[in-house]
Design a protein around this ligand. Structure first.
Ligand SMILES: [Mg+2]
Length: 335
């Protein structure tokens, strides 16, 4: 097994670059001092960055190196989707130990590049740094959006519907099942959809772009901390509250089965910390059909969870009509 220490930085970079595929809009690609990019005339630039740190964002062995790279891509793709932007170019920095096999690095890069390519983006540059402690990967993703179609967290109004893609909490449930059963058990089990939600999250890039073209959305955010926390961020930015109805909550038998098996409350996954990389949208009631149609065309599950209110609180309305205020219990790195 060849390690980084055996071949050194420059040979390692050569091996990584050997598996890269050049993408569109790149005048000068990887291997020079800086990438030179050709943006589309009339478009605005959207940029985001996200890092994964060993022991914080992932535990060694929970994911393959390909999956780890793809998941970092998904984290960034999701942020661009939340702006309805089209991903174009990525820059990757990795902190790695000298004893790490070169194959590990090549696989992480390949997983990342493949996930970006699936949405039309390519890696145009990168950097390797030697670390002694935990390893890390940081991706900067640059995209483009039409000036009149940019989504932000600001703009939700009382009466707007709140919609979510996918099934909230599945990433947390998937991680819990991997932790309990080991990664080897994933993939051929009834809880495979939960495992996939964690290991290979869908990026809602195409759905977001199609929906933005219909001007149906007032505000958007991606779910990277957890539904409660991210809904809270959207409400704070827009100065609205939200009423969620239990009766409208998405039916997720796989997650409920996992919760029963693990002896936990499924709503803790659905509501609490879970980096699902799904989209939360606020849209006017008259745009409901457009959103449902765009979701159907993109093959994206979409659920209307409730509506925005004037009172700046998160309220849960039970099937029996009971009402209680919800805590905003998402993930916070520093608490
Ligand atoms: Mg985000």
């Amino acid at each position: 097994m060849t390690r980084l220490a055996d071949i050194g930085e420059f040979e390692a970079i050569q091996r990584i670059l050997a598996s890269r595929v050049p993408g569109p809009g790149v005048a000068v690609g990887p291997g020079d001092d800086a990438a030179v990019l050709r943006p589309t005339e009339g478009m605005r630039v959207a940029a985001t960055t996200d890092a994964f740190v060993e022991g914080v964002h992932y535990r060694p062995g929970d994911l393959t190196d390909l999956e780890l790279g793809a998941r970092l891509a998904a984290a960034n793709l999701s942020d661009l989707a939340a702006c309805a932007a089209t991903p174009r170019w990525g820059l990757i920095s990795m902190g790695v130990r000298a004893e790490t096999p070169i194959a590990t690095l090549v696989d992480r890069d390949r997983g990342l590049a493949q996930a970006l390519r699936a949405h039309g983006a390519s890696l145009v540059g990168g950097n390797l740094a030697k670390v002694q402690g935990p390893e890390w990967m940081s991706l900067t993703l640059i995209g483009e959006c039409a000036p009149d179609r940019v989504w932000t967290r600001l703009g939700a109004r009382p009466g707007d519907l709140i919609a979510v893609t996918g099934y909230p909490g599945r990433a947390a449930a998937g991680l819990a099942m991997i932790t309990a059963n080991g990664r080897a058990a994933a993939g051929a089990e009834w809880w495979t959809p939960l495992y996939l939600a964690y290991a290979a999250p869908a990026s809602r890039v195409e759905f977001a772009r199609a929906l933005a073209a219909t001007h149906a959305v007032h505000a958007a955010i991606d779910v990277s901390d957890g539904l409660a926390a991210d809904l809270g961020h959207l409400c704070d930015a827009s100065e609205v509250g939200v009423e969620l109805r239990e009766a409208d909550w998405p039916d997720d038998p796989v997650m409920v089965r996992a919760a029963t098996e693990r002896g936990v409350d499924a709503t803790r996954w659905a509501w609490g910390p879970s980096d699902d990389y799904e989209l939360l949208l606020a849209l006017p009631a008259e745009a409901r059909e457009r959103a449902v149609e765009a979701a159907r065309a993109a093959g994206t599950p979409l659920t209307i969870l409730g509506a925005c209110t004037q009172l700046e609180t998160l309220v849960w309305v039970g099937r029996d009509g009971s009402r209680r205020e919800l805590p905003r219990a998402g993930y916070d790195h520093f608490r």
